[in-house]
Design a protein around this ligand. Structure first.
Ligand code: ADP
Ligand code: MG
Length: 269
């Protein structure tokens, strides 16, 4: 076999990364008098690295994250109410092994989704499966499944990822029956798989959001049994960016500007 044929053979065997680095590694091996074993190990490592990267990319796509932001992208100095050490500790992913939950609470724009996504990315890198959805989409999806007599099967699907991120509880009032469906989801994952949840509402307001105080209590009972709570009080990062761009009008000038201002006052009396 000549070089081209060897490369083709590697490709046919599915060793595409090894095939693409073959020529260059061969040259290096000759120039640096690398042993046969080292040369082979080198090719295999290139193939393994490529596969790991591809596998991670696939799982990251399946995770349905709304954006890609990491802990390194998070400016802790902007949000002093967050205990950076606690977040770094959470990033060690002990919570995933313990099937514990994380609740990020606070007004809009303070970084709840960012932190949830960052922990999701960390979990993906460590080989865990992750799925991101919003509370609204989740209960809508479960309601559809329920109507089609597929609820049990659908719930099983939501049990599959090691980390399930449920974003934005409280931004929209749950429609009737949604609280029961959400309760079932929390129940099947209880002590089996982590939920990372974000909410702009305090626990006391959950009864109102879910439309049923009894079910809300039952949900919180399970969610909080093994949970890390990150309470964020502070200014919206989005608002800061708008202010910096000179686009910010004070609420006094324009009271209907957006929920950022309204929610902030609720959390920062
Ligand atoms: P929330 O989910 O609490 O409403 P997000 O996590 O969506 O807020 O944050 C709003 C935007 O501001 C996002 O683009 C996010 O990456 C960014 N952001 C928020 N807080 C910080 C921070 N402390 N450092 C860097 N970026 C931040
Ligand atoms: Mg958010």
């Amino acid at each position: 076999m000549n070089l081209g044929e060897v490369r083709e053979s590697l490709e046919q065997l599915g060793l595409t990364a090894a095939a693409s680095v073959l020529e260059q590694r061969l040259e290096t091996a000759i120039a640096q008098q690398i042993t046969y074993l080292e040369f082979l190990a080198d090719l295999l490592l290139a193939e393994q690295a490529e596969r790991r990267a591809r596998y991670l990319a696939t799982r990251t796509r399946l995770a349905n994250l709304p954006f890609r932001k990491t802990l390194a992208d998070f400016d802790f100095s902007f949000q002093p109410s967050i205990d950076e050490r606690q977040i770094r500790e959470l990033a060690n992913l002990g919570f995933v092994q313990q099937a514990a939950n994380i609740l990020f609470l606070g007004p809009p724009g303070v970084g709840k989704t960012h932190l949830a996504v960052a922990l999701g990315l960390t979990a993906l890198e460590q080989g865990y499966s992750v799925y991101f959805t919003t509370a609204h989409k989740l209960v809508e999806d479960l309601a559809t499944a329920s109507r089609e007599n597929q609820l049990r099967r659908r719930l099983k699907l939501y049990l599959a990822p090691k980390v399930l991120i449920v974003d934005e509880i409280g931004y929209e009032i749950f429609p009737p029956q949604a609280a029961t469906l959400f309760f079932q989801l929390v129940s099947i994952r209880y002590e089996k798989g982590s939920i990372i949840l974000t909410s702009n509402k305090s626990f006391g307001e959950w009864g109102e959001v879910l439309g049923d105080a009894v079910i809300a209590t039952a949900i919180l009972d399970r969610l909080l049994h093994h949970a890390h709570i990150v309470n964020i009080r502070g200014e919206s990062y989005r608002l800061r960016e708008r202010k910096a761009a000179g686009l910010y009008l004070s609420p006094a000038l324009k009271p209907s500007l957006g929920s950022d201002n309204i929610q902030n006052t609720a959390f920062n009396p």
